[in-house]
Design a protein around this ligand. Structure first.
Ligand SMILES: Nc1ncnc2c1ncn2[C@@H]1O[C@H](COP(=O)(O)OP(=O)(O)OP(=O)(O)O)[C@@H](O)[C@H]1O
Length: 164
């Protein structure tokens, strides 16, 4: 996974002390923020997201996480999804989408078309807000107003017709 563009993730969970420091001083209270993840790059993404949630006034965050196949991108997506739902206690606060039904099924998400109830035509260039039933679209907007995380898998497959 490529994480070079991520914000600095050095949150100090242990008062500036390393695990070794704490062991030497017989203090066993070392906090490992992500004990269940042993992959550094995955840790960097998840920790950066946690830090973002902890910000008093979180700014809008737009990330593109890339990596060759099998590097654990979907694994991280699912963790961020779970963290967000727990953090907000709202199942609609996090959404995972993908361009095709098969890709969406793979990550436990849905297609943007299904999510937004769009009825796009294969041949016509229609904008997002006009591509479906407008009242359904408005209902969906209301439903999604507490969504704080939108993750798009295989995002390169979306053209400017949908997201442009
Ligand atoms: N930190 C981890 N601990 C345990 N298993 C992991 C971890 N990260 C990834 N895996 C496992 O490795 C496999 C590949 O991960 P994943 O599907 O997330 O990769 P990917 O980068 O999304 O692949 P693709 O680009 O093909 O969709 C999966 O079986 C996943 O469960």
């Amino acid at each position: 996974m490529e994480t070079g563009a991520l914000p600095n993730t050095n949150r100090d969970w242990n008062g500036g002390k390393t695990k070794e420091d704490l062991e030497k001083s017989n203090d066993n209270h070392y906090i490992d923020p992500l004990p269940f993840i042993r992959n550094e790059e995955q840790c960097a993404v998840i920790t950066a997201y946690l830090e973002h949630l902890l910000e008093e006034q979180p700014s809008e965050l737009r990330w593109c996480v890339t990596g060759i196949t099998g590097t654990g991108k979907n694994y991280v997506m699912k963790i961020l999804h779970g963290i967000t739902m727990l953090w907000t206690a709202n199942a609609m606060s996090s959404i995972i989408t993908a361009p095709t039904g098969a890709a969406a099924g793979n990550v436990g998400g849905s297609t943007l078309d299904r999510l937004g109830k769009f009825k796009r035509l294969a041949t016509e260039d229609v904008s997002l807000s006009k591509s479906g039933n407008e009242s359904e679209f408005a209902q969906q907007q209301t439903l999604l107003q507490n969504t704080i995380l939108l993750q798009i898998d295989e995002g390169f497959m979306y053209g400017k017709r949908l997201l442009g």
